[in-house]
Design a protein around this ligand. Structure first.
Ligand code: 6PG
Length: 470
């Protein structure tokens, strides 16, 4: 009998299967298209303990009970279709594990629907792309605790290991929380990516540095406090030449960004829960703006204003590393603030330090920096916002001037830096003892009698701001 099954032999699915089999687990695989099963069997199975099935029933019957089936299909309707397809063959207590980037509300719904048939639906966020899936992803499992005990040994075995050997996998919490945490991971990923792109743009358009010089900067950053997977791949990307034009490949790639929705969902959650996550949201809007290339070209012709502010190259370049560091801290602080609000609102009791620990390796935002986040949570009993912790406030106090200098230089030269600037704005807003919301409340009360509170007296007040003549 096979220990586990996996349905969905896309790029991620195939890699996960090879990972599981390489750890010695007997695994059964199946896929909607039979050709893919055949091709996988012919080319990738080799002498690994993998059994390939074209028939769903045979696939299910080959599994030890309670059956554990990982589903690795595109998020959305495909997941519901797969569940329906399996239902007739499953027994009570069998476990379906959705490893895709599913929307957490869908996961919660599916858990309830499957419960009616006695089936355990379990959500697990998996990060790390193809290579992560193959050699060890970061895994964010959530759902029924008993089911997790069955899954735990395999998930731990296949997950990435941090430098100290710890598995980058931990039980996140109740139904939906694993996909939620993965969604926020992706929101933070969007922010990180955009911040890096803005730093590249500043070097390119403000400092007029050629690609090979920019590459050296990223390479250097990767050896310091910004050391991370995303900085590392950026430095690698900037070495690759295009065979056709002999230019750097990045220079011939169309500047229109794609997105699959997880950044948007994170931003929507910020709005739903009333948590300000402007840096993450701006990274989504930056992709939206990039996508309207034709319109941008027309606007560029219409508004050909030359904006030039003189900058000192050495000073700006030195500030840039610290500016990126500050923006990164502020962006992560927003992501973790969202996790806190979600944990309180949905009763998940999330362990933020543990979440940071399982992001240290395997996932797209992996970085040594995550260890500092864990430390910040360990050092303080209650953390409302990471920028208020001893560790990160000391860093921000020392380096925020760099973020200000860089943002001013970019804006002064007409370069679009929504994430760097929104991180600075968030910092300035968060530390403002008084905001102009007093006037805002007065306006709301003026036109809609929405009432306001006072600084000097409790209660709700309304003023007749002007005499109305009927
Ligand atoms: C990961 C990635 C992965 C995927 C992104 C890409 O953690 O492994 O986040 O899930 O590559 O979702 O998302 P976009 O297509 O929206 O950039």
């Amino acid at each position: 009998m096979n220990s586990i099954g996996l349905y969905g032999l896309g790029v991620m699915g195939q890699s996960l299967v090879l990972n599981i089999a390489s750890k010695g687990y007997k695994i059964a695989v199946c896929n909607r298209s039979k050709d893919v099963v055949k091709e996988f069997k012919d080319n990738r199975v080799k002498d690994l303990p993998i059994s390939c099935y074209e028939d769903i029933k045979e696939f299910v019957d080959s599994l030890k009970k309670p059956r554990m089936i990982l589903i690795m299909v595109q998020a959305g309707k495909a997941v519901d279709a797969v569940i329906e397809q399996f239902k007739p063959y499953l027994d009570e207590k069998d476990i379906l594990v959705d490893c895709g980037n599913s929307y957490y509300k869908d996961t919660i719904r599916r858990v309830e629907e499957c419960k009616k048939d006695g089936i355990c639906f379990f959500g697990a966020g998996v990060s790390g792309g193809e290579m992560g899936a193959l050699y060890g992803p970061s895994i964010m499992p959530s759902g029924d605790k008993e089911a997790y005990e069955h899954l735990k040994p395999i998930l731990n075995a296949i997950s990435a290991k941090a430098e100290d050997g710890a598995a980058c996998c931990t039980y996140i919490g109740d139904s939906g929380s694993g996909h939620y945490v993965k969604m926020v991971h992706n929101g933070i990923e969007y922010g990180d990516i955009q911040i890096i792109c803005e730093a590249y743009d500043i070097m390119s358009r403000v400092l007029k540095m050629p690609i090979d010089e920019i590459q050296k900067v990223f390479d250097k950053w990767n050896k310091g406090k910004l050391s991370s997977y995303l900085i590392d791949i950026t430095s690698k990307i900037l070495t690759v030449k295009d065979e056709k034009t002999n230019k750097y490949l990045v220079e011939v790639i169309l500047d229109k960004a794609g997105q699959k929705g997880t950044g948007k969902w994170t931003s929507m959650e910020g709005l739903d829960l009333g948590v300000g996550i402007p840096t993450i949201a701006e990274s989504v809007f930056a992709r939206c703006l990039s996508a309207i290339k034709d319109k941008r070209l027309k606007a560029a012709a219409l508004y050909d204003e030359e904006v030039i502010m003189h900058v000192d190259k050495d000073s700006l370049l030195k500030a840039l590393e610290n500016a990126v560091y500050c923006a990164k801290i502020i962006s992560y602080a927003q992501g973790f603030a969202l996790l806190k609000e979600a944990s309180d609102s949905y009763n998940w009791d999330l362990n933020y330090g543990e979440i940071a620990m399982i992001w240290r390796n395997g996932c797209i935002i992996r970085a040594a920096f995550l260890q500092d986040i864990k430390k910040a949570y360990d050092e303080e009993d209650i953390v409302d916002n990471l920028i208020m912790t001893k560790h990160f406030s000391a860093i921000l106090k020392e380096n925020i001037a760099a973020l200000r200098q860089v943002t001013i230089a970019a804006i002064g030269n007409g370069v679009y830096v929504p994430c760097l600037s929104s991180a600075l704005e968030y910092y300035d807003g968060y530390r403002s003892p008084r905001l102009p919301a007093n006037l805002l409340q007065a306006q709301r009360d003026f036109f809609g009698a929405h009432t306001y509170e006072r600084l000097d007296e409790k209660g709700s007040f309304h003023t007749k701001w002007e005499e109305i003549e009927y």
